[in-house]
Design a protein around this ligand. Structure first.
Ligand code: CMP
Length: 140
């Protein structure tokens, strides 16, 4: 069965009008959107989503940032899509992310307490399944 991942266009990406660009690259790569929603996430959802970062110095700024406006959440499907979307996204730090990637082409370091790096993509099959369950509880 094809793999699924959770993609988020973070509030900085939505504010900057880059939703279409992110989804365009996902679709151009040949991946399929199987669920799509815009919403402002509450802190409970974000705390659960980022549970592995609880206690880290950037955790509170990260939750504040992610709750600061609407995000676009998508479930994306395709062979090896978890690895493939992370390749499209590029490295976490937008200053050093490779050109050609979303973060490398479109992101920069804004000097904020948390890295505002446009997109999120699940990092493993276990994370993908957990995150998809959190954001799209009704999806089969
Ligand atoms: P994401 O892939 O969504 O997962 C955790 C997020 O925390 C990450 O993207 C960045 O936005 C942010 N982040 C990760 N590491 C740091 C760091 N060292 N300092 C600030 N923010 C970070």
């Amino acid at each position: 069965a094809p793999e699924r991942t959770l993609v988020l266009v973070k509030p900085d990406g939505v504010r900057r009008g880059l939703v279409g660009e992110v989804l365009r690259r996902v679709e151009a790569k040949g991946y399929v959107l199987v669920a799509l929603e815009m919403r402002t996430a509450d802190r409970d959802l974000l705390g659960a989503h980022y549970t592995e970062h609880a206690g880290k110095p950037f955790f509170e700024p990260l939750v504040d940032f992610m709750a600061s406006g609407p995000v676009v959440a998508a479930v994306v499907e395709g062979h090896r899509v978890i690895e493939g979307f992370r390749s499209l996204a590029g490295a976490t730090d937008p200053t050093t992310a490779a050109p050609g990637t979303l973060r490398g082409d479109l992101g920069r370091d804004w000097g904020e307490r948390v890295v505002q790096n446009l997109v999120h993509g699940s990092d493993s099959p276990e994370s993908a399944s957990r995150e998809i369950g959190l954001w799209f509880p009704g999806l089969s």
